[in-house]
Design a protein around this ligand. Structure first.
Ligand code: BJW
Length: 244
């Protein structure tokens, strides 16, 4: 892969970087993406599983689905793309990692202060009192967990369609996109808002915006460079340049 002179020079000098990741960065760990011919949404309907009404209609089904994915995610490991970003954070003084992923793999790879826009599959909370619930057990007898404090239904801490993002998280991400010199958008189809607006915010405020993806996306025409290829191969190369 050819790294342009402009990107090489920026990597050498910049102390301010913001990175947005999507499902593509975890694909090489074996976590399925959402869109595309083999994506989750080609087999399952998001409207039946990924919104609050669907959950209230059939919480058992939705819990079964998240438990299944939780088990899959437990069994996979972070890949070189996740590790490269954790390393990049050590090399750049103002570094912000924003992820749409709920799989916890950035944190497992060692990244700190990750801004999770769409929640985390490891957490859940009560829809009535809002208390976070640790170690939620879903079993054949207990298919829908209930809150030990108020007996309300517990839901996964995932942001579904039509729901607000966690308070303050998007705002912090937008601030980082606003002030950074280099913005990377990695492994995302960039169709889900407001996450997809971050590269645009960065560009509007003068950042150099680089996309890393297996294919061109909705925002390819709005970035300075698209590096076509696997995140797990390209990101370690960018770290190498930074380390030179
Ligand atoms: C590789 C690779 C490799 C593969 N290396 N690359 C403005 C305009 C239009 C619509 C809206 C708007 N504002 C809000 C909306 C509505 C909605 C939205 O955006 N809809 C669009 C889809 C039309 N947004 C929302 O509802 C959001 N909330 C919100 O805006 O609140 C304010 C509000 C509230 C009420 C009313 C109005 C406003 C919430 C969005 C929550 C998204 N949640 C999901 C589901 C989680 C459920 C679950 O996990 O089970 O989060 S959707 C799903 O998509 C998931 C992801 O985080 C998200 C993004 O997907 P991502 O990561 O981009 O994955 P893919 O699969 O799409 O792409 C993978 C990419 O990787 C591909 O490009 C591959 O090529 C690439 N790739 N291997 C590099 N090895």
């Amino acid at each position: 892969m050819n790294i342009s002179d402009k990107l090489r020079a920026l990597l050498h000098m910049t102390e301010s970087m913001c990175v947005l990741t999507g499902a593509g960065i975890s694909a090489e760990s074996g976590v399925e993406t959402f869109r595309g011919s083999n994506g989750l949404w080609s087999k399952l309907k998001p409207e039946e599983l990924a919104n609050f009404d669907a959950f209230m209609r059939n919480p058992e089904l939705v819990w079964e689905w998240y438990n299944y994915r939780k088990t899959l995610i437990h069994d996979v490991k972070p890949n070189p793309g996740h590790y490269a970003l954790a390393r990049m954070q050590e090399l750049v003084s103002d570094f912000t990692l924003v992820t749409q992923n709920i799989d916890n793999l950035h944190i497992r790879a060692g990244s700190k202060n990750v801004l999770e826009l769409h929640g985390n599959i490891e957490r859940s909370y009560c829809i009535d009192c809002g208390k976070f619930a640790a170690d939620v057990e879903v079993s054949s007898e207990n298919k829908v967990p209930h809150c030990p404090t108020c007996n309300g239904i517990i839901r996964p801490d995932i942001v579904w369609f039509g729901e607000m993002l966690p308070e303050g998280v998007f705002e912090a991400a937008a601030k980082a996109a606003n002030r950074c010199e280099l913005f990377l958008t990695v492994g995302t189809s960039a169709v889900v808002y407001p996450a997809a607006s971050l590269p645009l915010i960065a560009r509007k405020n003068g950042a150099y915006v680089v996309e890393i993806n297996m294919e061109r996306t909705e925002i390819s025409h709005n970035v300075h460079e698209t590096l076509l290829g696997k995140a797990g191969e390209i990101l370690p190369q960018l770290v190498k340049v930074k380390e030179e």
